[in-house]
Design a protein around this ligand. Structure first.
Ligand code: SF4
Length: 309
């Protein structure tokens, strides 16, 4: 980075309301429980968040079968298939559900469409945990559609009884292209009443597009399994700006900074704000730095904790 560099800090970045709620759920469960608190899968897709909660006593497991009977189990923010809740009930577990309310909304759309006999196209990445959980609401009726080419060839049982929903963390423009193909092919297609891609995903993509246009390099703080963080890298690259996903400041390759006078910084919805502060401080350690905050979106969404805690 040349001397006198500039950091363009995207606003908003980092934690969304669903992630704050999910972390709060585990913290409250740790305070309230006399025994260990188990969490199925990563509570949110961020290695630092998981390591921090682990250090405070949370026990992360892959499956319900690993949890001792009658223990406390927290379900992660990405949501689960009904089968997982049934397994937990069979083991007598005290379940605290940290599913983001905006993911739960998509689940309820699937139940409504599938319940009236529609084939439900779920636009998303088939192997992502959120999609696995959403699909599990009606596996016999949900067809995951990954991209526009897939949308061109997908064949429902009855083309007049079709609907679509989306994964909450997709790239807005690409997802809209897939939906447009489905709308053209199936005029009877039902759509969600409000967007499934959530406010946090939309705002962070808009903000990163803005900083990418004004930067020589974009750094996105987030974990490699964080869907919304990966989309931020793609959105920046689509603006023609090189972009890298970094777990934290230590993951920055100094060669990326060569010749980059203006560095855009953002963070995925599951990345703690302190990691962004650390990254800015680390860049400041390389030479004089001016930091500009950009973007004007106001995020005042807050979700109440579940009544079980
Ligand atoms: S990214 Fe959106 S859907 Fe996912 S937890 Fe955050 S607010 Fe909820």
């Amino acid at each position: 980075m040349p001397a006198g560099g500039t950091v363009m800090l995207a606003h908003p970045h980092g934690f969304c309301a669903g992630v704050e709620r999910a972390i709060g759920v585990v913290e409250r469960a740790l305070e309230a429980s006399r025994g260990p608190v188990y969490v199925r899968r990563q509570i949110v897709h961020n290695a630092h968040v998981v390591a921090d909660l682990e250090a405070r006593g949370a026990v992360f497991v892959q499956e319900v079968a690993e949890v001792p009977e009658r223990s406390t189990l927290v379900l992660a923010a990405h949501g689960v298939a009904p089968r997982v809740r049934e397994d937990a009930a069979r083991r007598g577990l005290a379940v605290v559900d940290a599913t983001c309310p905006l993911v739960a909304k998509v689940h309820s759309e699937v139940r409504r469409y599938a319940g009236r006999g529609d084939t439900v196209f779920l636009i998303g990445h088939a192997d992502h945990e959120e999609v696995v959980g959403t699909r599990g609401e009606a596996p016999e009726r949900v067809v995951v559609v990954e991209d526009a080419a897939h949308a061109e060839r997908v064949q429902p049982a009855d083309p007049d009884r079709v609907a679509y929903v989306m994964q909450t963390t997709l790239a807005v423009e690409e997802a809209e292209q897939v939906a447009a193909v489905l709308r053209r092919r199936f005029p009877a297609l039902s759509a969600p009443r409000s967007d499934d891609i959530c406010y946090a995903t939309t705002n962070r993509q808009r903000a990163v597009r803005e900083i990418a246009a004004a930067s020589d390099l974009v750094l996105v703080v987030g974990s490699a399994n964080s869907s919304n963080s990966l989309r931020l890298v793609e959105v920046a690259e689509r603006e023609g700006t090189p972009a890298h996903l970094v777990e934290d400041a230590s993951a920055v390759d100094l060669r990326w900074l060569a010749g980059a006078a203006r560095i855009g910084i953002t963070a995925g919805a599951s990345a703690p704000p302190s990691l962004v502060d650390d990254l800015v401080a680390a860049l400041g350690g390389l030479g004089p730095l001016t930091v500009h905050s950009t973007g004007s979106a106001v995020e005042d969404v807050r979700f109440a904790l579940p009544k079980e805690i």
